[in-house]
Design a protein around this ligand. Structure first.
Ligand code: AMP
Ligand code: MG
Length: 419
């Protein structure tokens, strides 16, 4: 049997280089940068006012000054601020020549064409200096950065309209099995609905790749060969489910050339086929719904993230406490389905509903993480590591917002002086 590490290392080492593409900023959210971004601009591009108020010479205040022109955002001043005068200025407007401080309107006393300032002004106060946020020539984002909303906003602030990112691989998804039909029609004798196609569509999209659901293929070597060839044609990477075990009708092996069949020392999800199908990475996942998802998340997802240029292709792992100790048979590493919840500030992992068998779709539906158990462990208790696979992971047990009407614990969060 292959260890998970060995299987993963072989998979990642055999991947082709990921493609990159240029996308419009409107499509950049969530993508991985393929090259560093260097600022071609100073931000702000010129000195501007941080307040609605008056642009003055600091040496002139305290005192009474004559009001000159009004400077709105987007409309630079036509003349310098002379000694003994002040220009009205709005937030975001360019600071005029001559001025070296801005006084907020709340601290000014206007009387017709004159304005009085009772207090002194610090040199440069309320002026956002050119380049103080970002200096031109600075590398603002590194290659491999996953673009969140703030990063996309930064790129727009720099005036960029396009950005080079890792291309999203197209993933063909094909389930196999004579018994498997899509939901939407009545079940015949011996039939089940395919859970795997839909679960894999979700997992693929959550990984940032593009799912192409090719439905199901019966357990027939000739049909499998043909559908596999089609799958390799329409996608960058092929994922199948079922037929990789040792059953009499597990024909996936026969239908594939350059693919190896592994037994990975992991529970659930021992059988795994991996190789190249017409030049595309091919993953033959087991048919059991839980094994299928576990295998996808341990092996296919890191491969997809790597192809997209993500330097951290693995799911995050958090530390938690196991609610109730468990006994187990040692031998293989195990991924127990758990749900995480914060109780009195502690993160508690509770085994997901039902049994931990590889067909328990209910447990998988309510879990948000895999508790990672070492191969040698005979008991799991106390402090544990949980790999979080739910992209919408939320460990709150209440409304969780201190300022929600009627929410408990509002004051406990931030106190009366919060903010
Ligand atoms: P197999 O890997 O083909 O031996 O299938 C193992 C188990 O998973 C069997 O009980 C199958 O009926 C079930 N199975 C296979 N494919 C699917 C699928 N697409 N959706 C749900 N269960 C499946
Ligand atoms: Mg089967």
């Amino acid at each position: 049997m292959l260890t998970v590490e060995a299987a993963l290392a072989r998979i990642l080492a055999s991947l082709p280089p990921g493609r990159t593409e240029r996308v419009a900023l409107t499509d950049a959210y969530g993508r991985v940068l393929a090259e560093p971004v260097v600022s071609g601009l100073d931000l702000p591009p010129w000195d501007n006012s941080a307040m609605d108020g008056f642009a003055v010479r600091a040496a002139d205040v305290p005192g009474e000054l004559a009001i000159g022109e009004t400077i709105a955002a987007g409309h630079p001043a036509t003349r310098a601020v002379a000694s003994g005068t002040a220009a009205r200025i709005m937030t975001g407007a360019p600071v005029p020549a001559g001025a070296d401080a801005v006084i907020m309107v709340e601290d000014a006393e206007v009387d017709g064409r004159k304005v009085r300032f009772a207090g002194a002004a610090r040199l440069g106060q309320h002026i956002r200096r050119r380049g103080s946020d970002v200096a031109r020539g600075t590398t603002v984002l590194a290659a491999g950065h996953r673009l969140g909303a703030g990063a996309v906003g930064l790129l727009a602030s720099l005036g960029l309209t396009e950005v080079q990112v890792g291309a999203r691989p197209r993933v063909a998804i094909l389930s196999t099995g004579d018994e498997v039909i899509p939901p939407g029609q009545p079940l015949g004798p011996g039939q089940i609905y395919s859970s795997n196609n839909h679960a894999l569509v979700g997992l693929t999209a959550a990984a940032g790749a593009i799912p192409v659901d090719l439905g199901n293929c019966p357990d027939d070597p000739a049909a499998l060969r043909q559908r596999f060839a089609e799958a390799a044609e329409v996608a960058d990477l092929v994922v199948t489910t079922g037929g990789v075990s040792v059953g009499d009708f597990d024909f996936v092996k026969e239908a594939l050339g350059a693919v190896e069949f592994w037994r990975v020392a992991m529970k659930p999800g021992k059988p795994l086929a991996f190789g190249s199908l017409h030049g595309r990475p091919f993953f033959g996942l087991p048919g059991n719904p839980v094994s299928c998802m576990v295998n996808f998340l341990q092996f296919v997802r890191p491969a997809l993230r790597t192809l997209m240029g993500d330097p951290r292709p693995f799911l995050p792992i958090v530390e938690a406490e196991l609610a109730r100790p468990l006994k187990r048979a040692p031998g293989r590493v195990e991924l127990l389905r758990v749900s995480l919840a914060r109780v009195d500030g502690r993160l508690i992992a509770t085994a997901a509903g039902g049994h931990q068998g590889s067909s328990n779709v209910l447990g998988m539906a309510t879990a948000n993480g895999f508790l990672l158990v070492d191969a040698a462990a005979t008991e799991v208790s106390g402090h544990v590591h949980v790999q979080v696979f739910d992209p919408g992971y939320d460990d709150r047990t209440d409304a969780g917002y201190p300022w929600a009407a009627g929410a408990a614990g509002g004051a406990a969060c931030c106190g009366p002086e919060g903010g």
